[in-house]
Design a protein around this ligand. Structure first.
Ligand code: C2O
Ligand code: CU
Ligand code: CU
Length: 419
């Protein structure tokens, strides 16, 4: 429902059934859909009123990963339970730039299982500035959400308990937008992929089977300062990479396959398309240089361990404890360290709610070429310290944690009060 600048929306966490394996039905969960959910599109400047309904047999929450909204209730972290059969109403004015975010549950300690069951949807934010850039934006035609997940099936059903891994549950099937062996029919020369790593743990190393080039145009928090030409990209859990693939060198009938390592994950079948000659501008977006608040101290935060030994700053999550405070408007450097053994330790993807940050260095060195834009997740490699610049603009308590969902559920999570 739309009333002037107010938009009313209902979202239901529900059970359903989906055909994923040939001819069989799998019990799945989704947001107002049997699995995953219809992409939510928000416009900058609009005031949204959202009625959240829980039709699941257990408590859940509705977390807007990447949205910069006020306080823990609207944000939908563990502070904002919606009980089975219950509902909750939230509202916020969308005041951030165009970007690809996502919606997922965040009830401690059941986030991992609920996401595994299917609760995840893409959230697209649009704004008038980004709308001027020559990006494909015809949703479903040349602007496509791509949710990367991996799953296992037991007699066609998910069985989270059976597959559970403390270090992040992995599946042997690549399930892309809820589909195995998916095919996308290309009908335009350029296709924009809004890639979301919605996996519990897996990092995806994406490339095309013919090493076709693609151009990254956006990261978690929106448009990059410059387009970044790539032939492969690594995406850790919860990150978003928007890329444009130009199939102008292909002819109808050609096929190109998107791979992760040596596993085919999505086939692109080239159809008839109209030739176009679009060049992306050199400059896409202005990202201000962070100005660190004079006299402020560097925050040190440490992600340590694997398995049942994982800790954040040497502790496990406690909802009654505020772990840090940061003043609204201050820009503070955070050094985020992963103390795992460089050779055999795993990546901990660090995520902060309530803001988008800038990644400044990795072990004092240059960051990756696609890390020059706004981010809310950064993969911190084993033995590495990543320096980020953090600024909050809204009051409230926000979570920060490892985004390997099983690590988060074990307690590799803490809270910061922005005051
Ligand atoms: Cu993607 Cu604390 O969340
Ligand atoms: Cu989040
Ligand atoms: Cu972790």
């Amino acid at each position: 429902k739309v009333e002037g600048n107010d938009v009313y929306y209902t979202l239901t966490a529900q059970e359903g059934e989906t055909q994923i394996l040939p001819g069989k039905k799998t019990k799945t969960w989704g947001f107002s859909a049997p699995l995953l959910g219809k992409t939510v599109v928000f416009k900058q400047g609009v005031h949204y009123h959202i009625h959240l309904v829980n039709k699941l047999p257990e408590v859940t929450t509705f977390h807007w990963h990447g949205l910069n909204v006020t306080g823990p209730i609207v944000d939908g972290g563990p502070h904002a339970p919606v009980y089975p059969g219950g509902s909750r109403d939230i509202d916020f004015t969308l005041d951030q730039p165009a970007q690809t975010d996502w919606l997922h549950p965040h009830p401690c300690p059941n986030t991992a299982r609920q996401v595994w069951n299917g609760l995840a949807a893409e959230v697209i934010v649009t704004d008038p500035e980004e709308a001027k850039l020559p990006f494909p934006r015809n949703y479903g035609v040349d602007d496509i959400p791509i949710i990367l997940q991996d799953r296992n099936y037991h007699d066609n059903q998910l069985d989270y308990k059976a597959d559970y891994d403390m270090d992040g549950t992995l599946g042997k099937y690549a399930v892309i937008n809820g589909t195995i062996n998916g095919v996308f029919n290309v009908t335009t020369q350029r296709v924009r992929l809004r890639i979301l790593n919605g996996s519990n743990r897996r990092e995806w190393r994406l490339h095309f089977d013919d090493n076709h080039e693609f151009t990254q145009i956006a990261s978690d928090g929106g448009t990059l300062p410059k387009p970044v030409e790539l032939t492969k990209v690594m995406i850790t859990t919860a990150e978003r990479d928007e890329v444009i693939v130009d199939f102008g060198d292909k002819k109808p009938g050609d096929e190109v396959t998107l791979m992760s390592d040596d596993v085919p994950i999505l086939k692109f079948k080239i159809g008839n398309y109209v030739k176009q000659d679009v060049k992306l501008p050199e400059h896409l977006n202005t990202i201000p240089k962070p100005v660190v608040t004079p006299g402020s101290k560097i925050v040190h935060t440490v992600m340590s361990g694997m398995d049942d030994q994982v800790k954040l700053d040497g502790k496990l999550f406690d909802m009654q404890r505020i772990d840090r405070k940061q003043k609204i408007g201050d820009t503070i450097l955070w050094d985020v360290t992963n103390t795992n053994d460089m050779d055999k330790g795993m990546i901990h993807p660090f995520h902060l709610h309530g803001c988008q940050f800038l990644v400044l260095s990795r072990n004092g060195k240059e960051v990756y070429p696609n890390e020059h834009g706004w981010k809310d997740v950064v993969g911190v490699n084993a033995g590495e310290t990543v320096r980020i610049a953090v600024k909050f603009s809204k009051f409230g308590i926000y979570m920060y944690h490892c985004h390997i969902l099983e690590h988060e559920d074990t307690g590799m999570m803490a809270q910061i009060e922005a005051y």
